[in-house]
Design a protein around this ligand. Structure first.
Ligand code: SF4
Ligand code: SF4
Length: 450
């Protein structure tokens, strides 16, 4: 009954559903309120990185995806040209500027633990594009999914999962849910994108919703982004779109998929389930924008917006070609510190290789990390205060999980749904005993998978 109303909602049912989802948003479970430090980099126009005139190292590996190089040293390539061939499971890779291929070999990547096989290109400073063609209207989601793999589209919100793989797995879709939550402190790259490029986002949302046959398209954005919300609403009005913007609480981790799906679509994900299994297709707002650029302008994913913040004189958001060495961004940011944290403070990591390059998932560089992100203090003993339970958005029992993890009680961990842990770290952050709860859950999950 409700599903029918989603594809052809009557006014009453739509009102009923909106009221219900507003109630659910108010009842958002768990999470923590963090000092966000977003004012450091927000409110400024996105800058473009100057045309590179130095060697770039473009990773052929992204997460588990690995492309095979199809260029040779000495060959000239154009911006947007394929340099790595993928397939149904592996993303194709493209040159992010024009120049001469120098070599193929491992390169350190800013947000990756191990070096990635990469194509080194000596940029010629011309930034000369290949001929670009928009995509003739695809008839099926499968066609679009294949195109997304060929255009190298990966999730830009975190894990870098191939967009084509996500779309290829789409079953019946009732909701297209656009994730505009940017709940990690310091990050403002998605906020900037929504403020400045809302038209492409809405156009892409309408295009994708029509292809998926989604009855409703929702964009979840936190209330602390009023300009982004206004820009999206203006773009919706201009396009005559029926996309709806939903305000979500300014709490970490508001952008977690299970919470968004539950709060905005009223559907619950059981452990191991993906949103697609319950009729919801979720895309990060930047991933959707990249899809729009690929479909409407024929541009593969060769750049991303990176937030430069912390101890620097020109913080802000910069559009950076994939493969650019992080060192090149220090001048743009006006930073002198070599102490850099990559990504947000909750899910990111310290930059351990100064020569590392920007990848599709490098969202943020925080300069002067020791000043902004104090080192953790030594752990004490659990005082059974229950704070970790209160903040867990997945309704888990972190203190009991921690005991089971320390004692390697794998069966107990399974029974207690460790699989459902999204590794957000809200429990660790709230723990007065400073116990490394999240780290121990990560480790145990890895052991369980093995
Ligand atoms: S890290 Fe896991 S257990 Fe801790 S709050 Fe997040 S979801 Fe809950
Ligand atoms: S927050 Fe820390 S000290 Fe409090 S119950 Fe949880 S693990 Fe124990």
């Amino acid at each position: 009954m409700l599903n029918q109303s989603l594809t052809n909602p009557s006014g009453f049912l739509q009102f009923f559903f909106d009221s219900l989802s507003a109630l659910v948003v108010r009842r958002w479970r768990g999470g923590v309120k963090l000092r966000d430090h977003k004012q450091l980099s927000s409110g400024k126009a996105i800058r473009r990185c100057p045309t590179p005139a130095i060697p770039l190292a473009i990773p052929l590996e992204q997460g588990r995806s690995r492309a095979l190089p199809c260029v040779k040293p000495g060959e000239r390539v154009l911006k947007g040209q394929v340099i790595g061939i993928g397939d149904g499971r592996n993303l194709w890779v493209h040159a992010s500027t024009s120049g001469i291929v120098q070599s193929i070999g491992p390169a350190a990547v800013a947000d990756r633990n191990t070096p990635a096989e990469s194509v080194f290109i000596a940029a010629d400073g011309k930034d000369e594009w290949i001929e670009r063609q928009s995509l003739a209207a695809p008839r099926t989601v499968t066609e679009l999914a294949r195109y997304a793999m060929r255009m190298g589209l990966a999730g830009l919100g975190g894990a870098g999962f191939p967009t084509g793989l996500k779309l290829a797995g789409a079953e019946r879709t009732d909701f297209l849910l656009i994730n505009g939550a940017e709940c990690e402190p310091f990050l403002t790259c998605d906020d900037a994108l929504m403020r400045e490029r809302a038209d492409t986002i809405i156009q892409a949302a309408d295009f994708l919703a029509a292809l998926l046959g989604a009855g409703r398209t929702l964009i979840g954005v936190e209330g602390n982004k009023p300009e982004a919300i206004a820009a999206l609403k203006s773009a919706i009005a201009r396009a005559g779109s029926d996309v709806r913007v939903k305000r979500i609480p300014e709490r970490y981790p508001a952008g977690g998929q299970p919470m968004l799906v539950r709060a905005l679509c009223g559907r619950r994900l059981r452990p191991g389930q993906l949103p697609g299994n319950v009729g919801v297709q979720v895309l990060n707002v930047a991933s959707l924008h990249a899809l729009g650029r690929a479909v409407f302008a024929g541009e593969p994913l060769i750049s991303r917006i990176v937030t430069l913040t912390g101890s620097c004189s020109h913080p802000g958001n910069v559009e950076v070609p994939i493969g650019l060495p992080v060192t090149q961004l220090a001048g743009i940011a006006g930073a002198v510190s070599q102490d850099i944290h990559v990504g947000g403070p909750m899910m990111g990591r310290a930059l351990d290789a100064p020569e590392a390059v920007v990848s599709k998932t490098t969202s943020c560089l925080i300069y002067g990390a020791a000043t902004w992100l104090p080192r953790p203090e030594p752990a004490g003993d659990c005082i059974r205060c229950n704070r970790c339970v209160d903040v867990c958005p997945m309704a888990l029992q972190p203190m009991s999980l921690y005991t089971a993890a320390r004692e390697k009680q794998m069966k107990t961990l399974k029974m207690m749904n460790l699989d459902a842990c999204i590794e957000c770290g809200a429990c660790s952050l709230s723990c007065p005993a400073r116990l490394p709860l999240r780290d121990s859950f990560r480790e145990s999950k890895r052991e369980l998978r093995q």
